[in-house]
Design a protein around this ligand. Structure first.
Ligand SMILES: Cc1ncc(COP(=O)(O)O)c(C=O)c1O
Length: 310
C-alpha cells in the first residue's frame, strides 16, 4: 500500500469545517511534545446504497473511553461526533475511505500538567487502500515475531487508543519492514502472543478459531469483536485463550483483524509456513462474510453499517 496520504479537501474541527491545509497545531502543543492525543481509525465502504461506515457508534464510544481514561473532555457528545464523521465523508464527497477522529491537547501548558492546554477535536477522512499491500487480502503476508514487547498493563492503558502508545507500534512495524516482513507480531510481557503493530491476531487449529485474551496488552479491536461474532455465526467454535509463541508455528491458519487490515491472512511467521503457506479456508470464509457485510452485499444482520446519506 502506498504510505503517502491522499489529501481530501475539508477537515472538521470543533463544530465546523476548515480547509485541509489549515488543520495545524503548534510545535509546542502537548500532542506534539508528549503524544497527548487519542484517535480512532474507521472505515467507510462504498455500497450499493451509498457510502456506509462500519461500526461507527462503537468507534466513537471507544474514542470517548480513550478520552475519559486520559482525563480529556471530548468537546462534543458521542452523537455529535458520529454526525461529524458522517458529515466529513459527505462534505469531501468520499466513498471508500478511512475516517480519523482525533482529540488532542493543544498549545498553552509548559509542563506535563495539561490544565493550560485546550482540548481540540478533529475529524479527517481520506481514500485509503489495502493496508498490508497489494494482494495481501488474497495471498496473505509474511510476518515475524517482534523483538519488541507490548507494554505491561498499568503502564500504557491500551484500552485507550492514544497517540503516544503508537511509538511502540512503530518500533514493531519498522523492525518487521527492515527485516523483509510485512508485519510484526508482538508478545505481551508474559511472553504470550499479544497482537500485531496495528491489528489483532487470530489462529485456527482443527477448525477452532482462537484469539488471545484481552489481557491489558492489546487493543480491544472492533473488527476482532465483529470477527468473533462472524465466526460464531458461521458455526465455528471460538476460543479466547492464552496463546504461546510456539502455537504460531504449528496452527493451520493465522489471520489479522483490524480496521485498516480488515481480515488479512498470515502465510508465514519467522519464515515458517503457516499451514500450506497460503490463505487458509477458514480465514477466507470469514473474510468473505466480513467483506460482504461491509460492502453492503450480504445482510447486515448485526446492524453494523451507518449509511452516510440516510
Ligand atoms: C494496536 C492495535 N491493535 C488492534 C487494532 C484493531 O482494532 P480495530 O479492529 O478496532 O481497528 C488496531 C487498530 O486500530 C490497533 O491500532
Amino acid at each position: 500500500m502506498s504510505t503517502k496520504l491522499v489529501e481530501a479537501e475539508w477537515i472538521w474541527k470543533d463544530g465546523s469545517f476548515i480547509a485541509w491545509g489549515d488543520a495545524r497545531v503548534h510545535l509546542l502543543s502537548l500532542a506534539v511534545q508528549f503524544g497527548s492525543s487519542v484517535f480512532e481509525g474507521i472505515r467507510c465502504y462504498d455500497t450499493p446504497r451509498g457510502p456506509a461506515v462500519f461500526r461507527l457508534p462503537e468507534h466513537i464510544r471507544r474514542l470517548h473511553d480513550s478520552c475519559k481514561i486520559y482525563r480529556m473532555e471530548m468537546g462534543c457528545t458521542q452523537e455529535e461526533m458520529i454526525e461529524a464523521c458522517r458529515a466529513t465523508v459527505v462534505k469531501n464527497d468520499l466513498k471508500d475511505c478511512y475516517i480519523r477522529p482525533m482529540v488532542l491537547r493543544g498549545y498553552g501548558s509548559a509542563g506535563l500538567n495539561p490544565a493550560g492546554s485546550p482540548v481540540e477535536t478533529y475529524v479527517a477522512a481520506w481514500p485509503w487502500g489495502t493496508y498490508l499491500g497489494d494482494g495481501a487480502l488474497e495471498q496473505g503476508v509474511d510476518c515475524c515475531v517482534s523483538s519488541w514487547n507490548r507494554a505491561h498493563p498499568n503502564t500504557f492503558p491500551v484500552q485507550s487508543k492514544a497517540g503516544g502508545h503508537y511509538v511502540n507500534a512503530q518500533l514493531i512495524k519498522m523492525e518487521a519492514l527492515a527485516n523483509g516482513y510485512a508485519e510484526g507480531i508482538a508478545l505481551g510481557t508474559s511472553g504470550l502472543v499479544s497482537e500485531g503493530s496495528g491489528q489483532n491476531i487470530f489462529l485456527v487449529r482443527d477448525g477452532v478459531v482462537i484469539t488471545p485474551f484481552l489481557d491489558g496488552t492489546s487493543l480491544p479491536g472492533i473488527t476482532r469483536h465483529a470477527v468473533l461474532q462472524i465466526a460464531r455465526d458461521l458455526g465455528y467454535t471460538v476460543r479466547e485463550q492464552d496463546v504461546p509463541r510456539e502455537s504460531l508455528y504449528v496452527v493451520d491458519e493465522i489471520f489479522f483483524t483490524g480496521t485498516a487490515s480488515e481480515v488479512t491472512p498470515v502465510r508465514s511467521v519467522d519464515r515458517v509456513p503457516v499451514g500450506a503457506g497460503k490463505a487458509g479456508p477458514v480465514t477466507l470464509e470469514i473474510q468473505r462474510r466480513f467483506m460482504s457485510i461491509v460492502k453492503g452485499e450480504g445482510e447486515d444482520t448485526h446492524g453494523w453499517l451507518t449509511y452516510v446519506n440516510d
